[in-house]
Design a protein around this ligand. Sequence first.
Ligand SMILES: Cc1ncc(COP(=O)(O)O)c(C=O)c1O
Length: 396
Amino acid sequence: MSTAPLDLAQRFGTPLYVYDLALVRRQARALRAALPYEPLQLLYAIKANPCPAVVKVLIDEGFGIDAVSPGEVAMALRCGCPAERVLYTENNATDDDLQAALEVGVLVTCGSLDRLRRLGELGGREAAVRINPDVGAAEHAHTLTAGPLTKFGIHHSQTAAIASIEADTGIRVIGAHMHIGSNVLEADKFVAAMEVILGVAKELKHLRFIDFGGGLGVPYREDQAALDLSTLGAQAESLMRSFCAGYGRKLELRLEPGRFLVAESGQLLTSVAAVKTNPDGRCFVGTDTGFNHLIRPCMYGSYHPIANLSSTAAPKVVDVVGNVCESGDVFARDRAIAEPKLGDVLAIGFAGAYGMSMASTYNLRPLPAEVVVDGDTVAVARQRKTTDDLIAQWEW
Ligand SMILES: Cc1ncc(COP(=O)(O)O)c(C=O)c1O
């Protein structure tokens, strides 16, 4: 059975997400190989792509799961991740959310002193804390998760209160955590934040692990340099080694990337539905998908490579746009691709992270189907929904 994207588009229709599990494994192994520090526990930030086939590959590779909601916790457990390898990095969790985590026995990383105290009052005996190191990095302000404007984490200057919460409620903080932003391609940005976290960690008496978060970037643009993983791994090792020597015992190192593991594995296949050239020469190539299925270009101004799988024609500079009723529904402006004709299949690359997981049914367009390719096998991971399915969601 052919696994060629063009054949998959013909067989399953478009718009279609396709994930190549071999690329997920490749990324998982590259990351592990770059991290010499032991003990090491890698987690996968499941928000990037919760497709069970993808998640199971990473669990089989030894990853735990970083989750941000009770739904993600449930998905992690359903995919077979043991509860002790699931970390619930809460954000403004309700008491019910915390209670649900306690019931299934997953550790919660508290992002505020308030939630830490509440978890202790609800009977939580162990927790981790997310620290805002005030040093952040990201491709866009919306994905910057450290610094003065972020809602995430306990400011690093306010961590003295943790000890009194421990004393008052009996909870023990066993993990110090940070996550500074997403799609970071410079190792030194992580290192600056790691130093702040380790400065705070010295004062926490019951630690078993340090979690340096996710955010590891990938080169979406053809001319971008990849993150220097070996430098990052060596720096993390040396910081952890000297920290643990001073702390008096060896702590586990954790990282929890999402994008790095799955971005490249995914493509969004879409068909050209209309082609239009304005009097000024601007050519709009309209597709059968939109920001409802891949919001990153619209929301973050993100670049995704786009190829015309159906054509070897000479490149033409076009705007690739979606079918959503918004002017911001643009995948690429002034992009040179083999001249698209009606019905051609375009592949929007590096769409495996924060693609389908952020998709919506805006404009009452059904979600795309998802298929996974593993070597020469192809499996449907999620069936395409229909307009009838959408309408049936309401009470009639
Ligand atoms: C707490 C936490 N950990 C990990 C991640 C994963 O980030 P990335 O996909 O950039 O690696 C995120 C993303 O938002 C996050 O909020």
